[in-house]
Unconditional design. Structure first.
Length: 252
């Protein structure tokens, strides 16, 4: 089986996995990380260490593809790989070091995220480095420009929302508080909405199957995670804003 066929199968598998995770979360299974971390999923990995180690494979794989192919990659492929590298650099080495957590990440959650980043890093990088061919004017097409704009808007929402979450508690405080400000004024899962928009924009700009499957996986997993957070906030806080929705302002 040639690599191109493998990438197609990997793409469909990623989308199917996203649907499966979404169904599990809709059935009220809470993936054991963050506020839902619990015993029974292996020994704990320190939170900051887990974030750095689990996210960095995607950065390393894409950065290697970008570096080794810099001379031969056409501009759209180069730009798209660069966007992927930018996201995972921020996620691996900025977000991970800023994250305010004293909780350990269950080993099963850590190794699952680590494996996913290897899988998806390889999928996206190889597709863009070798198999996706664009028309000569793709870099200036409406689809590409709008997609890149969505990517950066989503990334900005995600980073700003993470900043709000990090600063909810004062030093020495524990527990959860109602997030306020930014897109949190409208939805409970502002950070998730940002990341969904980011990868939807990436998929629009890339216009290939691997990026579409990744965007679908992200929407399935983080969308249903946002629904769980919304339910958690409403049950925990009696004064939770009634007009705030879970993921999409006004609609959902």
């Amino acid at each position: 089986m040639d690599e191109g066929t493998v990438l197609v199968l990997m793409s469909y598998s990623l989308a199917a996995f996203g649907l499966a995770v979404s169904a599990m979360q809709l059935a009220n299974f809470r993936l054991p990380y963050g506020r839902y971390a619990r015993a029974g999923y292996g020994c704990g990995v320190p939170g900051k260490v887990a974030w750095v180690l689990q996210e960095s494979p995607a950065f390393a794989i894409a950065a290697h593809a970008l570096y080794t192919g810099a001379a031969s990659l056409v501009k759209p492929n180069f730009v798209l790989l660069l966007l992927f590298v930018i996201h995972y650099f921020q996620r691996s080495f900025i977000f991970s070091l800023l994250v305010n957590t004293s909780k350990n990440t269950p080993f099963l959650s850590f190794i699952s995220a680590f494996t996913f980043c290897i899988y998806n890093g390889y999928l996206q990088s190889r597709a863009l480095a070798k198999y996706t061919v664009y028309p000569s004017d793709w870099l200036y097409s409406v689809q590409f420009v709008v997609g890149v704009a969505m990517f950066f808007v989503g990334m900005a929402i995600n980073i700003h929302s993470d900043h709000i979450l990090r600063n909810l508690r004062r030093p020495g405080e524990s527990g959860y508080k109602i997030p306020k400000g930014g897109v949190f004024q409208f939805v409970s899962g502002a950070n998730y909405l940002g990341e969904i928009v980011e990868w939807a924009g990436f998929a629009l700009a890339a216009g290939n199957l691997p990026s579409a499957s990744f965007a679908m996986f992200t929407a399935c997993m983080l969308g249903t995670r946002a629904l769980q957070h919304h339910k958690y906030y409403k049950e925990k806080f009696k004064d939770y804003p009634e007009n705030r929705t879970a993921l999409i302002p006004i609609i959902l």
